[in-house]
Design a protein around this ligand. Sequence first.
Ligand code: SI3
Length: 287
Amino acid sequence: MKGIFTALITPFHGDGKINEKGLRQVVRHNIDKMGVHGLYVGGSTGENFLLSKETKKEIFSIVKEEVGTQVKLIAQIGSLNIEEAIELGKYATDLGYDALSSVTPYYYKFSFNEIKNYYLQLIEATGNKMIIYSIPVLTGVNFSLGEFDQILNLPNVIGVKFTDSDFVKLERLKRLYPEKTFLFGFDEIMLAGCVFNADGAIGSTYNVMGDKAVAIYNLVQEEKIKEAMEIQSNMNQVIEVMIQHGVYQSIKEILKLKGIDGGHMKFPFSELSGEGKEEVKKIMELI
Ligand SMILES: CC(=O)N[C@@H]([C@@H](O)[C@H](O)[C@H](O)CO)[C@@H](O)CC(=O)C(=O)O
């Protein structure tokens, strides 16, 4: 479970239903053109938390059918509803997903023990490998090192999707748990994550710049940091525009300009503005 994983976007039709043709094209683009090592399916980027259980299953199924065993597949199955999370986890496991992932339970201010029991129940019920999706900026859940120690020692926990800029904690975790996998979650500083011993990265922008992320990942292995920094800087010029106009919307627009059906957003997300389309067009030469 090392390398670059794309947090897969989900193309929708205007009525909010899955655009299957577009989804298959996006999967093919990630494998054949971006050359990423795996796909992280059902994450934030996939607009997952806006979807019904049935739609989530439809996505897991289409993606697995398109991918086969060409790249590694991680299914983000986390939900505030534990029964739904377990059902999705069993479904993705039965489809043959290499590992599951779950966001830390959010919205209510759960205690650490409540969060630990959530993962225990999920792991026991699904019987698959588990990657903890830690994203304090969106969930407010920020494990201490001691709490990470307990979480990482739960059965079947193989690692963490570390979407956090606390590099001291990242370096410490990898040093204390060298056998666990830490996949970095901020694309704009993924070079720093890899230099601080992350085992790779998971990110939304890799749908359109995954080749650059793979190049950075490889250059870090070769200790060519200066070259890697040039690519990271180039990526960040694009990401700046994406953040200004909507990351997911910008990704779908870039794909469309490349002839791939990125589809619509899921309500209540708005579509990319006219200004955003103009700004995205201007940065196409950087991608
Ligand atoms: C909130 C969010 O979408 N963060 C992205 C990043 O890839 C982010 O889009 C990127 O760093 C640009 O800011 C990922 O960490 C999220 C992710 O991997 C997911 O879709 O689950």
